[in-house]
Design a protein around this ligand. Structure first.
Ligand SMILES: CC(C)(COP(=O)(O)OP(=O)(O)OC[C@H]1O[C@@H](n2cnc3c(N)ncnc32)[C@H](O)[C@@H]1OP(=O)(O)O)[C@@H](O)C(=O)NCCC(=O)NCCS
Length: 388
């Protein structure tokens, strides 16, 4: 076994930082045993039922539901900020359209950060960070939509100031104004994904911002982390899995084979939830409805078979569908390319990244964990021509 060298103050090691408390927060809370999620004390189901993405973003950023006047002003800011520098489209066009849209989004958003020049504000000026944060939340929708259009060889669609954020994103992405159901689903999807504790992408954003870098760098870090299949990339992989299964009667054998090979089933399991993810419950009803309406019933039936097998096999271990399990069927049924599922997640989660970065900056301390050194304490430097 490798040697371990403890250093002063080092008490214990938690792989993947499981259970480690990295900060205090008033933003949101997850009870993983109950399958319960709140933003600023308000249950996620209530927000999905009654709120809008604009209002939820305001709640996350400012800690309270806005008055009508506050919401109008905030909404107007988002509308104004949705028009972005046209050079961002040139940057997207200059990249290979075969690259994953998350790679395009990460690069384009980072480039937008260079045009916005966040260094022009004082790094200790939290009001300036907040304003740029609001701007970035709005801009994410435009950049993601441009990525979706340009990689498909289509021209970008200019934002429509008369649409709310979720509908305008749908319009800029698809070129079609959403009907009532589409507008409702997009709004709910953006609310449900907006924040979720100290997940990998949020923590990444916070780590970047804790060096007093800037909000665009922090968000670019968040995008880089979200891209991975163990995090935001799971929605795209989940749909791919349903398609690979092909027929409902294949589901059991497919899952048993994966489990026997210790391959993780996408859209299942969670570090915090050991019960059914409340966001998945809400999306499930939309997945069923939309799948029927769009002729994707078979995909939904397959999802039900997989869910049944997984709960029978691993429910006792606390493995249930997570938010990514049903979002793929929802977006696919809306006619959206599966490669764009994770960028849609980013369009929503950027509110959580910004809100948590700002909250942490109010009592900032640079993040700096340590590692247990398991290497040798004394090794000889061997000149290159004497090495074997
Ligand atoms: C989300 C996730 C990364 C959490 O990881 P984690 O907290 O490190 O959980 P672990 O990998 O330690 O899993 C604990 C146990 O459950 C099993 N498990 C967890 N998720 C599983 C899954 N999706 N399919 C099959 N088994 C799973 C693990 O194999 C492990 O079993 P073991 O105790 O026999 O070794 C993990 O559940 C996963 O990879 N899920 C699929 C990807 C996904 O949907 N991500 C989106 C999350 S919102």
């Amino acid at each position: 076994m490798a040697e371990q060298h403890k250093f002063y103050g080092q008490e214990e090691f938690s792989k993947g930082l499981e259970g480690v408390i990295a900060c205090e927060s008033k933003l949101g809370y997850i009870d993983g045993q109950k399958g319960w999620l709140i933003y600023r004390g308000i249950e996620i189901g209530d927000l999905a039922e009654h709120s809008t993405y604009e209002e939820t973003a305001y709640l996350l950023l400012f800690g309270k539901l806005p008055t009508r006047k506050e919401l109008d002003e905030f909404t107007q800011k988002l509308v104004n900020y949705r028009t972005i520098d046209p050079r961002v489209a040139d940057i997207i066009k200059s990249m290979p359209p075969t690259a994953h849209p998350m790679a395009l989004l990460r690069t384009a958003f980072s480039a937008l950060g260079a045009y916005e020049n966040p260094e022009k504000v004082d790094e200790f000026d939290l009001e300036a960070w907040t304003e740029l944060g609001i701007k970035a939340i709005s801009q994410m929708a435009t950049v993601a939509a441009e990525v979706g259009r340009l990689r498909a060889g289509l021209p970008p669609v200019a934002p429509d100031p008369n649409l709310n954020h979720a509908s305008d994103f749908f319009y800029m992405l698809t070129g079609k104004k959403p009907n009532e159901l589409e507008a409702d689903v997009m709004n709910k999807a953006l609310i449900l994904h907006a924040d979720h504790g100290m997940n990998a992408s949020t923590f990444t954003s916070m780590v970047v911002a804790s060096s007093l870098s800037d909000i665009y760098s922090a968000i670019t870090g968040g995008l880089s982390s979200l891209k991975g299949p163990l995090h935001g990339g799971a929605n795209e992989r989940t749909l791919k899995m349903f398609m690979e299964i092909g027929e409902p009667e294949n589901a059991k054998a497919y899952i048993e084979d994966k489990l026997a090979r210790k391959v993780k089933i996408m859209g299942m399991g969670h570090r915090v939830y050991k019960a059914y993810d409340p966001r998945a419950k809400i999306l499930k009803s939309y997945a069923e409805r939309l799948a029927k309406l769009s002729g994707n019933e078979k995909l939904y039936t397959i999802s039900q078979e997989v869910e049944k097998v997984m709960i029978e096999r691993l429910g006792k271990k606390g493995i249930f569908p997570n938010v990514d399990y049903y979002s793929g069927i929802v977006y696919h049924s809306l006619g959206i390319d599966s490669k764009m599922f994770t960028p849609i997640f980013a369009v929503s989660r950027v509110a959580g990244w910004v809100a948590r970065v700002l909250e942490y900056l109010h009592s900032n301390r640079i993040f700096r964990p340590r590692a247990i050194y398991t290497g040798p304490l004394k090794a000889e430097y061997v000149p290159i021509d004497q090495r074997s």
